[in-house]
Write a protein that binds this ligand. Sequence first.
Ligand SMILES: Nc1nc2c(c(=O)[nH]1)N[C@H]1C(S)=C(S)[C@@H](COP(=O)(O)O)O[C@H]1N2
Ligand SMILES: [Mo]
Length: 258
Amino acid sequence: MGKNSGLTRRSLLARAGAGVCALTLAGCQKLSESAWFSKVLGVGENASYRTQRLFLSRKAMAQEFTEADRSPAFRSNGTSMPNNPEYISLADNGFTYYRLKVGGLVERPMSFSLADIRVLPHRTQTTRHDCVEGWSAIGKWKGARLSALLEEVRPKPTVRYVVFHCADPMEEDGSSPYYESIDMEDAFHPQTILAYELNDEPLPIANGAPLRLRLERQLGYKMAKYVMRIELVEDFSGIAGGKGGYWEDQGYEWYAGI
Ligand SMILES: Nc1nc2c(c(=O)[nH]1)N[C@H]1C(S)=C(S)[C@@H](COP(=O)(O)O)O[C@H]1N2
Ligand SMILES: [Mo]
C-alpha cells in the first residue's frame, strides 16, 4: 500500500477500534488490574466477572477454528513482494541461504537457517486474521514457537521488547523497512509463532515467506512478514520513528488488541 493511503487507514483504524474494542480493551485491562476495581465488585465474584477476567487476560487464547472454517483464499495485504535485491536473491534460491539473525540483549546471539527453525518446538493453529482495513480471513498456520527460539538465545534480564526487522522497504527508494515490536508477555504466549506454513503449504511470498509472525490476539499489522532479524531490546525509542513499528510511527496504536 502507498504512503498516501495513511489517512484512510487511520480513519478506518478508528472505526475498527470502536468495533473491536481495541482501545476500550486496553482501558478495561488497566481498570481490572487496579485495586479498587475488585473492591467495587466485592468478594462474591460472580460468573460474569470471572468470564470478563478470562476475556481480559493477556494470557487468554485467541479463538481457534476448524479446517472447514478456513477462507477459500488467504489474501495478501501490504507488501506482496519485497522490493529488496537481497530478498529477491534469497527467494530465487528457495530461501536456502536465508538466515534469521537473533541478537540484541541476549547471552547468545544466533543465526538460524530454515532447517534450524523447523526443528524447534512448533504449533499449528487455525485462526482469524483481522486487518484494520476492514477484512478478515481464517487460515491454518504452522510455525516455531517464538518462546522456544528465545530460550535458545537466552534473553538478558533487562529485555522488555522483541523487535522484528523485515525485508520490505516501505519507500520507493528502498528505505524505511517494515518493522514491528511486541512485549515479552506476548512473545511467550503459546500462540505466538514464527510461521513457515499456511494451509499446509510452505508460506507463500505474498504472505511473508520464509517466516512471518503470528500474534493471534492483535490486529494484522502487528504480524510482521519477511522477518530477517529479531532484536531484543529494553526500549525501542531509538529505532526508526521510535514508536515500535512502521504503522505505529504513522500514528497507529502500539498495542492493537482484539
Ligand atoms: N513486512 C510486512 N509485514 C506486514 C505488512 C507489510 O506490508 N510488510 N502488512 C501488515 C498488514 S497491515 C497485514 S493486514 C498483514 C497482512 O498479511 P497477509 O499479507 O498474509 O494477508 O501483514 C502485516 N505485516
Ligand atoms: Mo492490515
